[in-house]
Every structure is written in C-alpha cells, then in structure tokens.
Design a protein around this ligand. Sequence first.
Ligand SMILES: NC(=O)c1ccc[n+]([C@@H]2O[C@H](COP(=O)([O-])OP(=O)(O)OC[C@H]3O[C@@H](n4cnc5c(N)ncnc54)[C@H](OP(=O)(O)O)[C@@H]3O)[C@@H](O)[C@H]2O)c1
Length: 461
Amino acid sequence: MTVIQHLAQRTNPPRLWLLWRGDNDAWAATGLPGLLRVAAFEHPELAPSSIEICGTTPLEAILADLLAAGQPVTEIAWRHGVRHLARIHPGPGPDTSPMPGPVRPGGAYLVTGGLGGLGLLAVRWLAERGAGRIVVCGRTAPSETAAEELHALHAATGTDISLVLGDIADPVIADQAVKTAVNATGMLHGVLHAAGVVEDATLSTLTEDLTERVWRGKAEGAWTLHQATLTHDLDFFVLYSSIAGLLGSPGQGAYAAANTFLDAFAAWRRSHGLPATAIAWGAWSQFGRGQHLAQCNLIMITPADGTAALERILAEGQHCVAYSPIDAARWTAPYPALRHSTLLAPLLSDLPTPDDAPSPLREKVLAAGTDAERRHLIEEFIIDQVRDLLGGTHRHIGPHTGMVALGLDSLGAVQLQQRIQRALHTEVKPGVIWVKPSPASLAEWLLGQMGCSGSNKEESR
Ligand SMILES: NC(=O)c1ccc[n+]([C@@H]2O[C@H](COP(=O)([O-])OP(=O)(O)OC[C@H]3O[C@@H](n4cnc5c(N)ncnc54)[C@H](OP(=O)(O)O)[C@@H]3O)[C@@H](O)[C@H]2O)c1
C-alpha cells in the first residue's frame, strides 16, 4: 500500500512488479492480488503486475519477465519451474441436473454476518432446507425487520434459531458461537461466513485503520472460525468472497485484498484436508450491500438465483468459484489499459481494442476553429462527466466551479481522469485534477496536452 502510494506521487513512475513466495503460508501476501487488481484500475500508469514463486525457479526465467518490454498488466505464478498466467474464463451455464442437497435435515449450522442482507438469505435457505439449529452471529442486535424474519422462519420451519452477538474475529466470540451452534449430539455441520464490512477508499487515501476495519470481520473472522471449528467434521465451510477481489474494483483496495485472502484461505484449508468453498459473488439485488449497483445498470444476482447457485456450488463440491453475471466490458469500459490485462483478456476478447475506437469529442475539438471553441467543448464534457459522477446532481456546475468543493472525491477523480483520457485519447496524469480543480483550468491544461494551445509545455505537477 505504501509503495503504491509512494509511486503514485511520482511524475514518471516506474512499472510496479511485486514478487512474493507463495509456498510459505505468507498470509499477508494473499491480499496482494486484490490490492494489485484495484491498482490496475486506479493507477494504470504503474501497470501493476506480480510474480508469485513456489518451489525452485531459475532466476533467469523471472528476470526475463521483469525485463520484457511492453508486457501488459499480468499475474504470473512460477510453480516448481512451470510458468502459469492467471486468467479469468467464463464458466459453463448453470447445471440444472438434480443433485443431493448440501443441508442435512436436523443439522446444525453457523452463519456469521447472519443479520445482514445475504446472511439472512442464507439463514432462510438453511431453515427451509430443514436445518435443525442455526446460530446467527453479528455485532449489533437485529433490526426489527430481521428479528421478525427470524421469528417467522422459526414458526414456519421449526428450526431453532439463536443469536450470538459479538465480533467474530474475537476467538472468545467464535468459540461461543460454535458451542451454541452444536446440536444435542455435539455436532456442527456447516459454516457460512458472510460477515464483512464494506468501506471504500482509493489506494492513495487508504489508511491502516480502514484496512484493519475491513479485514477484521472477513479475514481475521475466517481465521478464528477455522480455529474454533477444527474439531468438527464439517460438511461445508463457505467464505463469502467478492468479484471485487477477482476482477479488481476501483476504490475498494482494502475490500478486494480481504476477499482474495478468503479465496486463498479456502485453497489452504483444502490443501490441509478441510472443507472450504470461497464464492466470489457479484452484486445481489434486493438484499445486502450491492443493491446500489443496480443504478449502474449492472446485471444483478437475484436472491432466488443466488440461493440456487449457493446450493448448486456446494452440491458440486466446488472450492473456489465466482458467481457473477458481470458484464466485463461495461465494468472495464472507463479503464482502457485493462483491456490488455492477461487476467481479464479472456472475458474481453470479442471487443475492439479501445485505442482503435473513434473518439467523437477528440475529432470535434481538433476540428474546432478557435481556442475558445475548443476550450468550451472540453469544459462542457468535463461538466457533464462531473455531474454524472456526482450522481446527476442538480447543483450549478460552471467552468470555474471547484470540482472538489462540489464533492468529487479521490475515486471520482480517478474515474474522471480515465473518462477524459478515453474521450480525448490523451494521457492525463492521476493527480492533475487536484492541481487543475475547475473545468476551465483542466480544459486549458488538456488543450496544452493535445498541443492545441500555447500552454502545451505545462507540467501536471
Ligand atoms: N451484497 C452483495 O452484493 C455482495 C457481493 C459480493 C460479496 N458480498 C459479501 O457477502 C457478505 C455479506 O454481504 P451483505 O451485502 O449481506 O453485507 P451486510 O448486509 O453489510 O452484512 C454483513 C454483516 O456482517 C456483520 N459483520 C461485520 N463485521 C463483523 C464482525 N467482525 N463480526 C461479526 N459480524 C460482523 C455486519 O453486522 P454488524 O455490523 O452488526 O456486525 C453485517 O450484518 C460480505 O462478506 C460481502 O463482502 C456481498
């Protein structure tokens, strides 16, 4: 995080390569893929890439990658001398063939984050599938609606539902939750770990405190649950991960890192003969933290579809899977550099490369007769984009309005930078929006960048 923050402040930063050993239980490293995938959105100028090394790998092989010019954003793993590239491939469509359900009638289950949106859906699913006992864990007492829902579920299904309130990352709470969940025969059959905190910040504004808050429930909670359940012969141990970790998501560095930790933790548990399934969910509609994404026209997971997917994923015995109907082209549209990322390329292979796409704004600016006309076109574009990034605000935005004073935050600045870059086909340095804070000053600077005005020798910082 500190390295990225430091590099991002430089005018001509070098490329960022992170190397780490993947074969020594280096837990902190498992968050790095998430962090780097977010950096690829927020800091394309660093072309953030990584090499994970397991076992013996010849140094020359690693150096060849480090020195290869023009290599796109990439994630390489050297496993015992064999080079692998991380790539996301779309999965097959849903398998609808009948399978035995993963919930045991009368079984005992623990759901963390069980008072939140997706946690409550999981509780409902377990109860309707005949669970005998469910312990729901969250830090704060249930809302009136959640309490009514749990009451109604008990009345309808007969499932015994108890609450354990506290921080699941606290080993005492984790032990208490497990002890409360076991049934009369001392058995616990499954864990669904849906506790999590979503708190956003761009990498340049990310603090240790925020990172700690986001890691606490998700990552440390997963570890305490692991320890608290070691003596139980579980059928499943489900970790609610997110597509934000798998693809990267601007403004979600800490969150993405915590989710790639979960993905790696599932693999680690499996490698130790323990059940584990990490599911990188896309955004759900109607329940949970992702509902606002409907405004971005993203395709959402409906509760019925997501619950059916959860059941199918467990019945199939998957251990690390993403379930998301995401439109990768839309997700990456404002971030042209990502089209070349080796991770995302298989999802985007049908698209024309954005560098080739025509840019009507650029053409209009170049065709305009005077500097004033050119400046006006760019100012109008910036004003429209800022209005959009601020959720369609009706506040007045003029050429001399301060964009930061209006509420444009660091994530908004990253998005504005990339939208301008795409529309004008000209490089825009990440920090320029802070030093050219009005549409007029930014437009003037951009004209200089495009070689269209007398200020083209101006530096961004
Ligand atoms: N909703 C989505 O579209 C979506 C998409 C991808 C992944 N996910 C993942 O799915 C999980 C559930 O998401 P959601 O949308 O249902 O979120 P949510 O409504 O905010 O629920 C999360 C719950 O976790 C609890 N929690 C947080 N930290 C905790 C801790 N340390 N100990 C115990 N409980 C804790 C919170 O309650 P308190 O604050 O009261 O403790 C909250 O009720 C999260 O891990 C999220 O990252 C969700």
